[in-house]
Write a protein that binds this ligand. Structure first.
Ligand code: 13P
Ligand code: SF4
Length: 359
């Protein structure tokens, strides 16, 4: 996809861009809603009418029926979810259309259908409900809706597991093996009860007898930002800073979340950091823009990223610039809105509505 911001915006100063965004926003009043995820760069987040985690943002999109234009500063699956949950007369825009999520791309619908058909062949699909993380394409959400399953985010994964096990014997979790595995462990499942489906093998690379006995089937997918944090980073920080609080996102591996003091969604991490007393030392295992924003907000606390070595940036979240946002809000009627085929939208909405119910 080719995407370039017009020269007017590329050549403008940050102050000019901010002023244009504010003016355009003002002219639309409540008819325009700017939503921003916690991983957006500081200046973009500051212009959001609402900044939140992916659950809160989708809830906001579903509730703000007065907004004709929803400008979503985040990544593609988030804008798609907002489009599914908003009303027919509302339009959703992604200021930088190249902002995707590599983890969501790891669960291609064709691979998912091949896996599901295999489960049917060996006779276990009827006892299985699909559960997809919000970080997934609309087609995968539609599959979950059609099959009686649902969507979760990192803030309601346990409640979604409960929803599934109240109705089925097995759960198929897409596409984050880490959030899926961590939630399985918190819900009391053992390693013997959880298997990892490798979509590159026709049989998932799992012995059929093991698959038949499994309670939780995890799709092989991960976030390349969060899996950079390692258990040794936790150990090193504890040694270097006695009393340090370690707070991480559940997309990190089990070896990291199990050693942390606090684990939760981006909203949870923001609240946790806000609540620590002045002077607190907090090492955070998540995306760098959230961490920098928190360090900026709390100069009286020592807030830094957990590894001490890597820069955990989500390049896709970082794609949205002030220039993209100004270009979108000033030219919104000529900008391409997010569109999803009606049938996919209807089935995906079933799965997202179930998510909103179980929170
Ligand atoms: P949250 O739902 O916690 O905001 O996380 C979304 C995400 O993409 C984290 O990498
Ligand atoms: Fe996707 Fe990871 Fe970026 Fe979240 S941080 S949007 S999971 S790539």
């Amino acid at each position: 996809m080719y995407f370039a911001v017009p020269d007017k915006y590329r050549q403008a100063s940050d102050d000019e861009l901010i002023q244009w965004i504010k003016e355009a926003k003002k002219s639309y009043g409540d008819r325009m809603l700017i939503l921003a995820h916690h991983y957006q760069r500081l200046q973009v987040a500051e212009l959001g009418d609402f900044v939140g985690d992916s659950y809160e943002l989708s809830k906001n999109a579903s509730e703000r029926k007065d907004a004709d234009y929803i400008v979503f500063c985040g990544v593609h699956f988030m804008a798609e979810s907002a489009e599914i949950l908003s009303g027919d007369n509302q339009k959703v825009f992604l200021p930088n259309p190249l902002a995707g999520c590599p983890m969501a791309d790891m669960a291609d619908i064709e691979d998912v259908m091949n896996a599901w058909n295999y489960l049917k062949e060996i006779g276990i699909a009827a006892q299985t409900l699909p559960l997809s993380y919000m970080n997934s394409a609309a087609e995968l959400k539609a599959f979950c809706g059609r099959e009686g399953g649902l969507i979760c985010t990192s803030s309601n994964a346990k409640a979604a597991y409960k929803y599934v096990f109240d109705r089925a014997e097995k759960l198929f979790f897409f596409p984050d093996e880490n959030l899926g595995y961590n939630t399985g462990r918190w819900m009391g499942f053992s390693d013997d009860e959880m298997v990892l489906w490798d979509f590159r093998s026709e049989d998932g690379g799992i012995d059929p007898d093991k698959l038949k006995k499994a309670k939780v089937i995890l799709w092989k997918g991960h976030c390349h930002v969060h899996t950079n944090f390692k258990s040794q980073h936790v150990d090193e920080m504890r040694e270097k800073f006695p009393g340090v609080k370690i707070a991480v996102h559940p997309e990190c591996t089990w070896e990291v979340v199990d050693r942390a003091d606090a684990v939760g969604s981006t909203k949870f991490l923001v609240n946790y950091i806000d609540e620590q007393p002045p002077g607190a030392i907090i090492a955070v295992g998540t995306e760098i823009n959230l961490i920098n924003r928190m360090a900026h907000r709390h100069p009286d606390k020592n807030i830094f990223e957990l590894s001490g070595q890597i820069c955990p940036v989500c390049a896709n979240m970082y794609r949205t610039t002030l220039a993209d946002l100004a270009n979108t809000v000033e030219n919104i009627d000529s900008f391409k809105k997010i569109t999803i085929p009606k049938d996919i939208q209807a089935e995906a909405k079933l799965a997202l509505d179930r998510m909103l119910e179980v929170h």
